[in-house]
Design a protein around this ligand. Structure first.
Ligand code: FAD
Length: 440
């Protein structure tokens, strides 16, 4: 057939659709929004960022930055959208989520090769080469079909942080600063606490009432470390938050001239700066409890909550048993998976996998050999990890230098090490693209 199906217009699905279109191939893109939404999706737009608005570090010498640079070199559609709607966030690439999704949606809708069908897919299509990119909250009907066909599905729990209105933050108790003065100085609003205030807050947090985990496996909820609810992290010990999301290092309160005992950082949610999210405060507390407990932080004593934090199931397939490194299914190479559903973890990781799945779906259609990126590139390493037959206890994986092969001459200095990994990866990517005669 002369078209490729993409299911899900999320981060992976939109990247895949644009890659396919850029090769002049028609795409049938299926998205169940706006008729039906997962519990974490609120907007009618495509490419929705469901929790944080940060796409993580920008520096190419960091793992997240390297991945983004590789995506750019693979002509990432989402990176172009992100660049157009950046909000200041120190060394991170953060975006105005509404403008971002608007740009993604407009780019998809305006594309002549892409036909959008606003419907929920409940059966795995077999009319054409298909990419399933329905995300960690794949609708129940399709999730059941996937489990029925492929036997394995794993899941863990993910949580989102609350968002407050900027005008409700009491700046008498807060100050603008980036840690270690990185960034433009007003990237973050810092909510400092002294020892006594922190202890009161801490006690309230660990004893607050949590929302029931209905429809989940309540007895054995696996929580992904990267998105652990703040109340769960707090239970590990009174100082855990002070060494985690509330660490005060690199910050001096200009009102006291001292480093605070603990700090909650707030990051801009949108370009206008009318909304701020509570960084690292993903939570599953009941809504009333979120208001009560978080309002104990002095700068938030009259906070108006635009959105409360929530906790959700996060599903992924047992990719090492099922997928090739080009994201196709071993037992049926006309079927591809992409995004968080494959066990890559994170916005950009999901999007990046969509790029590869898109390229490879086209190559499958044209009977060309698949693009398997070298494993010393970040995306190649992630693709290698999720399709590694020898991985037994499969857990989602985000960009990190640990997935890359060891360096021959490993610099001791962390910065230099990051640079060495990055240089090697980008050189290897360029060489591979040239070798494969891939024009991107
Ligand atoms: P999605 O972006 O979720 O896209 C899937 C699309 O498929 C959706 O639009 C959905 O409506 C559609 N769909 C679902 N089922 C069907 C169907 N049957 N038929 C048609 N369409 C369907 N990552 C981070 O880097 N930072 C974070 O802060 C972060 N927070 C998260 C918070 C939560 C609550 C969750 C669940 C995940 C979070 N993640 C985060 C992880 C991950 O990066 C995101 O889930 C990301 O959106 C995954 O991209 P995706 O393209 O795989 O799926």
């Amino acid at each position: 057939k002369g078209y490729i199906n993409v299911i899900g217009a999320g981060l992976a699905g939109c990247e895949a659709a644009k890659q396919i279109s850029s090769h002049g191939i028609k795409v049938h893109l299926y998205e169940m929004k706006p008729k039906k939404k997962t519990p974490a999706h609120h907007s009618d737009l495509f490419g929705e960022l469901v929790c944080s608005n940060s796409l993580k570090a920008m520096r190419t010498e960091s793992a997240a930055g390297l991945l983004k640079e590789e995506m750019r070199r693979l002509d990432s559609f989402l990176m172009k959208c992100a660049d157009k709607c950046q909000v200041p966030a120190g060394g991170a690439l953060a975006v105005d989520r509404d403008i971002f999704s608007r740009l993604v949606t407009d780019g998809i809708r305006a594309d002549e090769n892409i036909t959008v069908f606003e419907e929920e897919i409940t059966e795995i299509p077999d009319d054409a080469i298909t990419i399933i990119a329905t995300g960690p909250l794949t609708s129940d009907a399709l999730a059941e079909k996937i489990i029925e066909r492929f036997g394995t599905s794993l899941s863990f729990f993910d949580a989102a942080a609350p968002i407050v209105s900027a005008e409700s933050i009491d700046m008498d108790y807060a100050f603008y600063a980036s840690r270690y003065d990185k960034g433009s100085g007003d990237d973050y609003i810092n909510c400092p606490m002294n020892k006594e205030e922190y202890e009161t807050f801490y006690q309230a947090l660990v004893t607050a009432e949590r929302a029931p985990l209905h429809s989940f496996d309540v007895n054995n909820p696996k929580v992904y470390e990267g998105c652990m609810p703040v109340e769960v992290m707090a239970q590990r010990g009174e100082n855990t938050l002070r060494f985690g999301p509330m660490k005060p290092v690199g910050l001096v309160n200009p009102k006291t001239g001292h480093r605070p005992w603990a700090v909650l950082q707030l990051r801009k949610e949108n370009c206008e700066g009318t909304m701020y999210n509570l960084v690292g405060f993903q939570t599953n507390l009941k809504f009333g409890e979120q208001k009560r407990v978080f309002s104990l932080i002095p700068a938030l004593h009259k906070a108006e909550f635009y959105r409360y934090g929530v906790m959700h199931r996060n599903t992924f397939i047992n990719s090492p048993k099922l997928l090739n490194a080009d994201f196709s299914l071993r037992e049926n190479e006309n079927l591809f998976f992409a995004g968080q559903l494959t066990g890559v973890e994170g916005y950009m990781e999901s999007a990046a996998s969509g790029i590869l799945a898109g390229i490879n779906a086209v190559r499958r259609l044209n009977s060309q050999e698949p693009v398997i990126l070298p494993t010393d590139t970040m995306l190649g390493a992630l693709a290698g990890y999720i399709s590694d037959k020898y991985v037994e206890k499969f857990q989602p994986m985000g960009a990190n230098f640990g997935v890359l092969p060891a360096l021959e001459n490993r610099p001791r200095d962390k910065q230099e090490r990051g640079k060495a990994y990055s240089d090697r990866a980008l050189k290897s990517l360029e060489a591979y693209l040239t070798h494969m005669n891939l024009e991107v």
